[in-house]
Design a binder for this molecule. Sequence first.
Ligand code: ZN
Ligand code: ZN
Length: 399
Amino acid sequence: MNDDRPLDWVNAAFMTATPLIAVLGTVWYAWNYGVNRLDVANFGLMFVLTSIAVTGGYHRYYSHKSYECSKAVQLFYLVFGAAAVENSVLNWASDHRVHHRFVDTPEDPYNILRGGLYAHMGWIFYKDTRDRDRRYANVPDLRKDPLVMWQHRWYLPLVVLFTFALPTWLGLLYGRPVGGLLWGGFLRVVLVHHTTFFINSLAHLYGEKPYSLKDTARDSWWLAPLTFGEGYHNFHHKFQADYRNGIRWWQFDSTKWWINVLTWTGQAWRLRRTPEPLILKARLEVQKQAVAEKLAAANASERMWNRIHARLDAGAARLQSAHAAYLAARAEYRHRYDEWTHEMRRQWDETLAARRAEYKAARERWSGMMTAMNRLSNPSPQSLLTLTAFLDVARRRFF
Ligand SMILES: [Zn+2]
Ligand SMILES: [Zn+2]
């Protein structure tokens, strides 16, 4: 992707005209014919269907193969994915796989280092000049999929039918075809565009990096509800094969919930989850790296450096083994509970509670150690405060 790529006039015209029609047209229509709740419902329905087709289909199913699903679900993804007007899934997934592989480099199609606006939508204004074979070399699985190739071939008619004709027809059912076209068609497509684009821009600019410091991807809890759960982008870049982006039950990830509903109804299966120990390991690595950076900034002596590193490694290892012991006890408890006698169940209740308490205690000791070590950061390395913090870390028994 070079700067000298020619402008893509079709994309540029569409990306400029749709927001204008969406805003001016909807305001004009509301002024003359009022706002009807069925227009709003049309918008809401089309917004949810096309967003899910992009996040659950284009992204987590086709680009990452993070689960398997029925042909009916695939067809839904392809039809409503086309209605998001973000290209055929073959092109979308190919670009997205390049993004993951070459993130933050000139090869990345929506490279954030070229600026937020470029990553958000600027990149779409330029023609893709790669030759066909090179472009599709990373999607051999999709090229073999007849449904994907059908969508690729019929992409434009599908766009016309499902982006514009369908919401107009819905509008016709309640006597407001123009309202349907403006609300469910234009306004909706513009909002789906920008919520998708937020992942390429905002999710690479704002938020935390709990799982990896290697690239610009970030976790933003506030971006998650706007993007059907895709705001947990740091986790996603680290563990891209996971069908979840927000892995905790309390993290808003409506695409994960959608896939769970598909599973309960027999429409999806083989959901890929990252093993818990790997997730913990990634988090600990990031925290250890943060401490190492502070030690470097504080000009710690080599002796102190080695001592603290040894403590960090030992602490992380203890926490990981307490975690593994708890997971093993929990798995045993879940899988064998039905076979156990009343007395065995009572004993296992106690064992599981003990393992959970040990894990919780290890977590608390680790965060105590992190708090103490993070105090090492100080603008003046020789200050008394830094010295006291060093001594504290060196002497205290965390584990
Ligand atoms: Zn990304
Ligand atoms: Zn991805």
